[in-house]
Design a protein around this ligand. Structure first.
Ligand code: NAP
Length: 247
């Protein structure tokens, strides 16, 4: 019997937990940060909340006799991924990072690539009046700051739960992906969006907005992923299962 801890918070983590739960020799526990009020339903055991840094995670791994850690967190969740690498090394258990490939720019894409959400807020061209924020409700402060400098910018913000910060000139849409191309085209047209802020999440669930932006010639301010720690990585659930099988 192998006890596998999945660091989750993504659709891939949900799918991986469901697959692993069907394998008799595996006991699966999914870990969530606890940011979303109603997280997607998960098969198997679930624990919620931070561990208390890399040290806390290492302690949890030992206390709960975890044999393997699979980090299936969002590619932009940099801290927990570093913690996973440090903690597994300190307790000496196998560690895998499941990282979806990033989106690559293609003909017709107009991307302004930036390193952070702060840089994204600064990179909104002054000539732009209507911005669609899809980079998450937890990082709205930079747009609030930008509102003070550029009060003419109106923001459309989409998130699963309501944001804690209210932008003065904005509308919030509560919704959970995946979003279809038709939906995204309609949204961009109906709200007369002139620029989009996105993280380079990769995967299909939220890619339709990238296609719709290309079609409508809307620029995307694309927040790059943080650097990842050295370690074993796969890009799909199938590869993650194959990796587990060869342990
Ligand atoms: P982060 O900056 O890498 O992590 C901050 C802290 O949150 C970590 O140090 C850890 O606290 C706790 N944490 C994060 N993920 C956890 C997990 N799966 N289980 C238990 N604790 C976790 O992460 P973030 O960017 O705030 O993202 C939080 C969660 O949202 C992640 O699980 C991620 O998969 C999901 N998510 C993030 C994004 C994004 O754009 N960043 C997008 C979609 C989903 P302790 O140090 O106390 O252990």
């Amino acid at each position: 019997m192998k006890k596998v801890l999945i660091l989750g918070g993504t659709g891939d983590a949900v799918k991986l937990a469901a697959k692993l739960a069907t394998i008799p020799e595996i006991e699966v526990i999914s870990s969530l940060a606890g940011r979303t009020k109603k997280p997607a339903a998960l098969v198997g055991q679930v624990r919620i909340g931070g561990f208390g840094g890399a040290e806390g995670l290492a302690h949890y791994l030992q206390e709960n006799s975890i044999d393997v850690l699979i980090d299936a967190t969002h590619p932009c969740a940099g801290q927990i991924t570093i913690n996973g690498a440090i903690a597994t090394q300190s307790v000496n258990i196998p560690h895998l990072m499941l990282v979806r490939p990033q989106w690559e720019k293609t003909t017709g894409d107009n991307w302004i690539e930036v390193e952070s959400v702060e840089a994204a807020a600064s990179a909104i061209p002054e000539s732009v009046n209507r911005v669609f924020i899809t980079s998450g409700r937890q990082q709205l402060e930079p747009f609030l700051q930008r509102s003070h400098i550029s009060p003419h910018i109106w923001y459309l913000m989409r998130s699963i739960d309501p944001p804690e910060i209210e932008l003065p000139n904005s509308k919030v849409l509560l919704d959970r992906g995946p979003f279809s191309l038709e939906q995204e085209r309609k949204l961009l047209r109906n709200y007369h969006i002139e620029a989009i802020v996105s993280k380079n999440s990769g995967g299909n669930a939220t890619y339709a907005k990238i296609t719709a932006a290309r079609e409508l010639e809307i620029p995307i301010i694309m927040v790059q992923r943080p650097a990842m720690p050295i370690g074993e990585k796969v890009t799909s659930i199938e590869e993650a299962i194959a990796w587990l099988n060869q342990l």
